[in-house]
Design a protein around this ligand. Structure first.
Ligand code: PEP
Ligand code: MG
Length: 580
């Protein structure tokens, strides 16, 4: 028996035989060339890129036939990376200056990108590197003449392991034949992980070297809850994993039966529970888990890994498929929340010393009003099809809201003059995730239709704790008294101005915090689809009155640890009472 550790990328436990797909990196030999061969090598590179493009186009056609147009976004992303001039020019420059062959130059280019991306703080943006790696590997394969081994079809139930499994691979497999996936690259927020969760497919990613060390047919347990892969499990481990699997599936099954039940407390108080999504494929999962629409649609993916900004039509197509996926429920579309150095392939490092405090989110959008208006027009156009609201990220003051709203009005006028329909009363909200916005919440509340609290950033900026720094994770405390006081201030300001407040950070998806958020008065929580049923279960067992008392009680303590202990004791008390 041997245990490999990786990243728990999609929950669930699966047991079965491993099928290893040879997606290992293409073996590349780098050799010197003389200057007469530079032209030959650059045209070999151009040809390989052209062949890869043709391959992806044909994959796009066959996938369109199989699963419809909605799923082609990933291939579009890969095509855009191929079209990025910088990829070719960097590799060509290396051929010329280092006098080496095209394959060697491409490998070195990949290596440079790897180094650049490794420096990016935000794990979500860092993981966009996997798309670039996938594309360059495809080009290298094309140069080597090796075909990309397709994922197996109709082999019975198997667990697939490969160096990399792309989102388009996942869309091609027969979901019923594949029990789980294990990859060497990728992480929690890679496109493949997001899609695996949307497909309810257990996944462990980032398991270094697993495909080199194992053989086809070996028995494995993939634990997508803990992020481990157990190879050749002994009897005892097998039995305990089986019990864990049965327990997990039983609880999921029982919870799923409650998906249609209203999100309402024992004393009749309703709360909206909505989903956080990044791709249209997640819409079905949100609805399947009983979510009443989308409280946060992160639009960043469309803007990553590409040479130019997406135009209005391209955005419209994507937003429309998201809207259709959750119709007739509400869709909250957040405008671009990315940093300047991380856009357009993440290749342009502007050298900001503190990207988290740099040109990002609304600041970036306001710095390029024409691009921002393209996004606003695309969002407005979708609002003609069903309920849609707009959300501006990282607001720090009134000027930003007012300028963003002025641009929104301009976008509306432009559409009106072109005779294009939209919801003229579209709701506009701001994310409260910067301490300044908390302090100004009473003023901001007069300018907008709703608040959405981004606790991931709010905690980071309130406590000065980098949200992606693992060494500081013990200090990243949602129950820190400063955070709780901010949450109370925000809701008081919202309700004082008669507007609702949503909370859409990770905190919303943890059932432990539900009594506090409910008790403080939050009207809506938005979370990953996988958390909806558990949070609703707790909500349905609470009364608003009791939650308000619990929330109030939290303010008597002066450290996060004390608050947590108090909260847990109150919940234990409630469970004990309900058993009595
Ligand atoms: C947040 O900051 O809590 C949030 C929801 O936004 P993101 O995680 O995308 O920054
Ligand atoms: Mg945020």
């Amino acid at each position: 028996m041997r245990i490999f550790s990786g990243i728990a990328a999609s929950p669930g436990i699966a047991m079965g035989r491993l099928r290893i797909i040879d997606r290992s990196r293409t073996v590349v030999t780098e050799y010197p060339i003389n200057s007469d061969s530079v032209c030959h090598e650059t045209s070999r590179l151009a040809q390989a890129i052209e062949d890869t493009r043709a391959e992806l186009e044909s994959l796009k056609c066959s996938l369109a036939e199989k699963s419809g147009e909605d799923h082609l976004f990933f291939i579009e992303t890969h095509l855009m990376i191929l079209e990025d001039e910088r990829l070719v020019s960097e590799a060509t420059e290396i051929i010329r200056s280092c006098l080496i062959n095209a394959e060697g130059a491409l490998r070195r280019t990949l290596h440079r990108y790897r180094e650049t991306f490794a420096k990016i703080d935000d794990p979500y943006l860092r993981e966009r590197f996997s798309d670039i790696e996938t594309v360059i590997e495809r080009v290298l394969r094309s140069m080597s003449g090796e075909a990309v081994e397709p994922l197996p079809q109709q082999e019975g139930k198997i667990i697939i392991s490969a160096n990399d499994i792309t989102p388009s691979d996942l869309l091609q497999i027969n979901r019923n034949d594949v029990l789980a996936i294990v990859t060497e690259i990728g992480g929690q927020t890679s496109h493949t992980a997001i899609l695996a969760r949307a497909l309810d497919l257990p996944a462990v990613m980032g398991v270094d070297g697993i495909t080199d060390l194992l053989l086809d047919g070996v028995a494995v347990i993939v634990d997508g809850l803990s992020g481990s892969v157990i190879v050749n499990p002994d009897q005892e481990t097998f039995q305990s994993s089986l019990r864990r699997k049965q327990h997990y599936e039983y609880v999921e099954y029982e919870l799923l039966k409650t998906a249609h039940l209203p999100a309402v407390t024992l004393d009749g108080h309703s709360m909206y529970l909505r989903g956080n999504v990044e791709i249209p494929e997640e819409g079905a999962s949100v609805l399947g888990h009983g979510g009443s629409g989308v409280g946060l649609y992160r639009t960043e993916i469309l803007f990553m890994n590409r040479a130019s900004m997406p135009d209005e039509e391209e955005q419209l197509v994507l937003y429309r498929s998201m809207q259709q996926a959750i119709a007739p429920h509400l869709l909250t579309i957040r405008t671009l929340d990315a940093g300047g150095d991380k856009l357009l392939g993440g290749m342009d490092q502007t050298g900001e010393a503190n990207p988290a405090l740099g040109v990002r989110a609304i600041r970036l959008s306001l710095s390029m009003p024409d691009e921002f208006k393209k996004q606003l027009r695309a969002i407005l156009r979708v609002s003609a099809d069903g309920p849609v609201r707009i959300l501006f990220p990282m607001i720090s003051g009134m000027e930003e809201v007012r300028t963003a709203k002025t641009l929104l009005e301009e976008a509306k006028r432009e559409l009106t003059s072109s005779g294009i329909k939209f919801d003229s009363k579209i709701q506009v909200g701001v994310m409260i995730e910067i301490p300044a916005a908390v302090t100004l919440a009473d003023l901001l509340a007069r300018e907008v239709d709703y608040f959405s609290v981004g606790t991931n950033d709010l905690i980071q900026y309130t406590l000065a704790i980098d949200r992606s720094n693992e060494q500081l994770s013990h200090l990243y405390q949602p129950l820190h008294p400063a955070v709780l006081r901010s949450l109370r201030r925000i809701i008081q300001a919202a309700h004082g101005a008669g507007i609702p407040a949503c909370l859409c950070g990770e905190m919303a998806g943890d059932p432990l915090y539900l009594p506090v958020l409910l008790g403080l008065g939050y009207d809506e929580l938005s979370m990953g689809a996988g958390s909806l049923l558990r949070v609703k279960q707790i909500l349905r067992r609470c009364t608003l009155k009791r939650a308000a008392r619990i929330a109030e009680g939290c303010f008597a303590f002066s450290t996060a640890a004390e608050v947590e202990m108090y909260l847990k004791s109150q919940i234990t008390l409630d469970v004990a009472e309900s058993i009595d």
